[in-house]
Design a protein. Structure first.
Length: 320
């Protein structure tokens, strides 16, 4: 008889996870935790190992090393005990294509002892509008909403959401975000994988960035955005001709404006980022330098550091 983990918030615990395909370590000693009543975002480039990690947590794959525990149980050997307590939303839906949308949701709800109110859940996610349409004829966003409803209708203690708002219009997207926040408030451990950095930044309590099969950074969103400084480091962006001497420009800004400590990078050809304690004098110093060197800036914008900035800084900007 399996025993459950009674530690407060001990929802998902991954330690030293390894998974190998064709002699290559896709997941290489990865550690990751998620707790009850929180949204944990797992981010990473394609091929980083995040999907394999989550599939091991869902019991869809068996680890080659390390341990995975969900609610204190092994997702593979204790699958029958976990199934009523865990919700899973796959990006491709994993839905039967020949059944009508609402019929499928009602069928799934009947598998649980105390499901959510099906009609109320369906109304929140706008399912009645296509409830009599077969799954194969639904749009990508409609399938995602149906898959999300199926994942949460059984009142899970842990729910894994893979790209939950992919392909959705803004109205649907915000309805999904509101439901995720409600799950968190109800004490559910939500594990979210997404390529939408604003989604992770808006929803996540904890973020794990995965690359090359390992977690390379973890923390709450404000800490990750702070870049080691108090608060969130502002960034000044501008477009200009490629190949400007960024080191010379950074020195000019240090000399011309208070506080100093600026860095200037050319993120892409002709796309520049100034990071540091941006003041009005920074803008004056920048435009003065550009005019002196006969450089026409196509635009100048000021904004805070974002989770996408952090992600690109950590994982690189090259395609894989």
């Amino acid at each position: 008889m399996p025993t459950t983990d009674t530690r407060p918030g001990g929802a998902v615990d991954v330690r030293g996870l390894r998974k190998t395909y064709g002699g290559r370590d896709v997941v290489d000693g990865l550690d990751l935790q998620a707790t009850a009543g929180t949204v944990t975002a797992v981010l990473g480039p394609n091929g980083a190992g995040k999907t394999t990690t989550v599939e091991c947590c869902e019991g869809l794959r068996s680890p080659d090393g390390g341990t995975v525990r969900v609610l204190g149980l092994d997702p593979v050997t204790d699958a029958a005990a976990l199934r009523p307590r865990v919700g899973v939303m796959l990006q491709d839906g994993g839905l039967p294509t020949g059944v009508r949308a609402m019929e499928m949701l009602r069928h799934v709800a009947r598998m649980y002892a105390a499901p959510r109110d099906v009609d109320g859940l369906a109304e929140r996610l706008g399912l009645p509008a296509f409830g009599r349409t077969t799954v194969r004829r639904l749009s990508g966003g409609q399938r995602q909403r149906l898959a999300l409803a199926a994942a949460v209708v059984g009142r899970p203690e842990v729910v894994f959401l893979d790209e939950p708002s992919a392909g959705m219009d803004p109205q649907s997207r915000h309805a999904v975000w509101d439901l995720v926040r409600e799950l968190r408030a109800d004490g559910v451990a939500v594990v979210l994988t997404t390529h939408l950095m604003d989604e992770a930044e808006d929803l996540a309590d904890v973020v794990h960035v995965v690359d090359h099969g390992r977690v390379i950074a973890s923390g709450n969103v404000p800490d990750l955005l702070s870049d080691g400084t108090a608060g969130r480091s502002p960034r000044l962006r501008f477009g200009a001709r490629p190949g400007l001497p960024v080191a010379v420009l950074a020195t000019h800004l240090d000399d011309a404006a208070p506080d100093g400590g600026w860095t200037v990078t050319e993120d892409e050809p002709g796309e520049y980022v100034v990071t540091g304690p941006v003041h009005p004098t920074t803008l004056t110093a920048l435009t003065t330098w550009l005019a002196r060197h006969d450089v026409l800036a196509t635009r100048i914008t000021v904004g805070r550091r974002t989770l996408e900035d952090v992600f690109l800084d950590l994982t690189g900007r090259h395609l894989r």
